[in-house]
Design a protein around this ligand. Structure first.
Ligand SMILES: Cc1cc2nc3c(=O)[nH]c(=O)nc-3n(C[C@H](O)[C@H](O)[C@H](O)COP(=O)(O)OP(=O)(O)OC[C@H]3O[C@@H](n4cnc5c(N)ncnc54)[C@H](O)[C@@H]3O)c2cc1C
Length: 382
């Protein structure tokens, strides 16, 4: 169902490719994907009446928008059932022994999550039948995605290649910015092209721990639906209103090469390496002291994997308003850059003005004295 809340920017072409691939898979099994455009609840009910359905089934989701939709469907005159699927462990299953409706800290959640019962990973049905006479509708045409072809077929191909060639090296390589040695499966998990349950059953502990972070943020968002607007841990934080600095950060023109490289990767690919997400987010909130909401909204607009729980949960974690047990931690961008991009390859790839600066100096071009290739000076002393 395509409604008024179709995802922003980069995610729309990706979603359309996912739907086309889903339609092909359903057709190969004798079914089809029925596409309607409009208000999700009204269109679902119209279709249910058309085919004389007894019930509507959906996968339970956690964002406030999804839950509003679920509540509305639940109020309709039809049986409505929700099933788990978005996360490995349902977001309302685990409760801390000390009380409370969700886990606020990751490590005890990871322990409980690891011991929690798992649903079975089931194969898809071999045959699907569709009531006759339904207008199946057209999937709107859109520009094609770059870098990430949408859909389950591409997702499974990437997953198999990753499990075969990338997984063993994950613990050692996941912070290597230039090496790009993470799975890049996040957009597929975001759009339900891959089952996180299946992936968790096939990964090693270091990788599965990251999937647990994904579940962790989902259970926080489930318990605290205002995660994308309000401080999860309220405190006295004073944010600066500096539109020029925010603009420079968004454009990848802060003058701090590692920050600019990350922001430009985001603009070019609709994706950013996790380490770069932490560095760029921390620079905005801890160095420029700009409200996390401005940065998170910008990420959310551009990320192919952008989702409320993970994006805003991670932003609040970095800002110190969320679930970090060390809310005052600050990432020094230069130290981070030297550790995770020691030869400057990631910066060279994304900041062409610095192409001629040797790798050892690329993270601190100001040490050369004077201007380098039109590249700006840093916005704040580091
Ligand atoms: C400021 C900030 C914003 C972020 N916004 C998002 C977002 O909108 N959507 C999103 O999926 N992830 C988000 N992340 C988490 C993480 O950066 C991405 O999931 C990861 O970079 C995706 O790349 P990958 O698939 O190669 O990850 P891998 O390292 O291969 O990890 C496998 C999977 O584990 C999950 N995962 C890994 N790290 C995290 C994490 N820190 N939190 C939650 N799940 C995680 C993802 O689903 C990922 O696909 C954000 C992190 C930060 C610091």
């Amino acid at each position: 169902m395509l409604d008024d809340a179709v995802p922003a920017g980069n995610r729309t072409p990706f979603l359309l490719e996912c739907l086309a691939d889903l339609r092909d898979s359903l057709r190969a099994r004798g079914g089809d994907l029925v596409v309607r455009h409009g208000d999700v609840v009204a269109e679902t009910m119209r279709l249910a009446r058309e085919v004389g359905a007894d019930a509507v089934f959906a996968a339970a989701d956690v964002s406030s928008l999804a839950r509003r939709r679920q509540r509305r469907l639940d109020g309709e005159r039809i049986a409505f059932r929700l099933f788990p699927g978005v996360t490995v462990v349902p977001p309302d299953l685990l409760r801390p022994s000390g009380g409370g409706d969700h886990y606020r800290v990751f490590t005890p959640y990871w322990r409980a999550w690891s011991a929690a019962p798992r649903r079975a990973v089931l194969p898809p049905p071999e045959v699907i039948s569709l009531p006759s006479g339904i207008r199946v509708g057209r999937i709107p045409a859109g520009p094609s995605c770059t870098g990430f072809p949408g859909g389950e077929t591409a997702a499974r191909r990437r997953m198999e290649a990753w499990l075969r060639d990338g997984l063993d090296d994950y613990a050692e390589g996941h912070d290597d910015l230039a090496g790009d040695r993470t799975s890049r499966l996040s957009p597929y998990l975001r759009f339900g092209c891959l089952s996180p349950l299946e992936l968790a059953s096939r990964g090693n502990p270091d990788f599965v721990r990251q999937l647990c972070w994904r579940d962790f943020h989902h259970q926080v968002a489930f318990a605290f639906p205002e995660l994308n607007r309000r401080d999860y841990r309220p405190g006295r934080r004073e944010w600066r209103d500096d539109k020029d600095a925010l603009q420079a950060w968004m454009a990848g023109m802060t003058g701090v090469p590692i920050v600019d490289a990350g922001m430009r990767q985001l603009a070019a690919e609709g994706w950013m390496h996790n380490r770069a997400r932490m560095i760029t987010a921390s620079y905005l909130v801890k160095h420029l002291r700009i409200d996390w909401r401005s940065g998170a909204d910008h990420f959310f607009d551009l990320l192919l994997d952008g989702d409320v729980a993970n994006n805003y949960g991670n932003w609040q974690w970095v800002a110190g308003t969320g679930n970090d047990t060390r809310p005052n931690r600050t990432f020094n961008p230069i130290r981070q850059a030297k550790r995770h991009d020691p030869d400057g390859e990631y910066v060279h790839r994304h900041v062409p003005e610095l192409a001629d600066v040797p790798g050892k100096l690329v993270h601190e071009p100001w040490l050369l004295g004077g201007e380098v290739g039109g590249y700006p000076p840093p916005l704040t002393p580091l």
